[in-house]
Design a protein around this ligand. Structure first.
Ligand code: HEM
Length: 227
């Protein structure tokens, strides 16, 4: 990887992990650079916890070789076998891994969409949920020491912040004083505060605000039996 080689970048894990990418001609050229001599990984579009994410995992072997796989997480907390082991396909068009000064860089090229059910689409210009993990070990069965979730805005720019509301969520049922002495309740719905509901009842009317960590659409469905 050379300076300026990739068009965009995103800093993760408090600066311990960097994601670089360029999207061109239907392909994503991706570099993940992490402060470790072990494995680093990016997981695209998890369904639950780690489950269902399209994982790209790589490290530099003890003999200096590059190990980079197109993998898929089949359980809530792993495992994440190679797509090939799931009878899918290896869709990396190019791959490399290098290690310099205690930092590992994994680079790969993939089509934005593939025919493999174990690959998740990468939007040409849009936001997708990602996971990341860093381990000091080259053994990809050994759990990460750092991990997290983020939004990846492939068109660049700043991803929506992970937590827009830094204050602690109000305990259910405990009213919080708000502007104009209105009573507002806050409830965090999903792990990590990806979606929040803010509401108040005033003069017989229900006021609702939904705050979500996305620049795309957001929706809630009311209890079907109550419609
Ligand atoms: C086979 C290797 C792995 C094992 C054994 C493993 C195991 C686990 C375990 C036990 C947790 C729960 C930790 C806790 O709640 O304190 C967890 C959470 C998590 N892991 Fe992994 N992991 C592995 C690989 C990965 C990889 C490759 C990634 C990134 C692409 C990743 C990303 C995450 C994330 C983001 C969470 C938090 C999920 C959530 O709470 O919603 N893991 N992992």
């Amino acid at each position: 990887m050379t300076v300026g080689e990739y068009e965009h970048n995103l800093t993760l894990s408090e600066g311990e992990l960097e994601l670089y990418w360029t999207i061109v001609n239907g392909t994503a050229r991706i570099a993940l650079r992490g402060h470790t001599t072990g494995w680093i990984s990016l997981g695209i579009s998890p369904v639950r916890y780690m489950n269902g994410s399209d994982m790209l995992v790589g490290y530099v072997t003890g003999s200096g070789g590059a190990f980079v796989i197109d993998a898929y997480c089949t359980g809530d907390y792993g495992p994440h076998p190679a797509d090939l082991d799931l009878h899918g396909t290896d869709d990396l068009l190019d791959r490399n891994a290098t290690e310099v000064g205690g930092w590992t860089t994994v680079e790969l090229v993939r089509n934005l969409t593939t025919a493999d059910p174990y690959d998740k689409p990468i939007p040409e210009a849009g936001v997708v949920a990602v996971l990341w993990g860093i381990s000091p070990s080259d053994d990809i069965v050994t759990q990460h020491t750092r991990y997290g979730k983020s939004s990846w805005n492939t068109s660049g720019g700043t991803a929506p912040p992970r937590r827009r509301h830094r204050r602690r969520p109000t305990a259910a049922g405990r009213p919080r004083r708000h502007r104009g002495r209105q009573r507002v309740r806050v409830q965090r719905l999903l792990r990590g505060g990806d979606l929040q509901l803010h509401w108040k009842v005033k003069e017989g009317k229900f006021h609702l605000a939904v705050v979500a960590r996305t620049t795309g659409w957001v929706s809630i469905g009311l209890e079907p039996s109550q419609r």
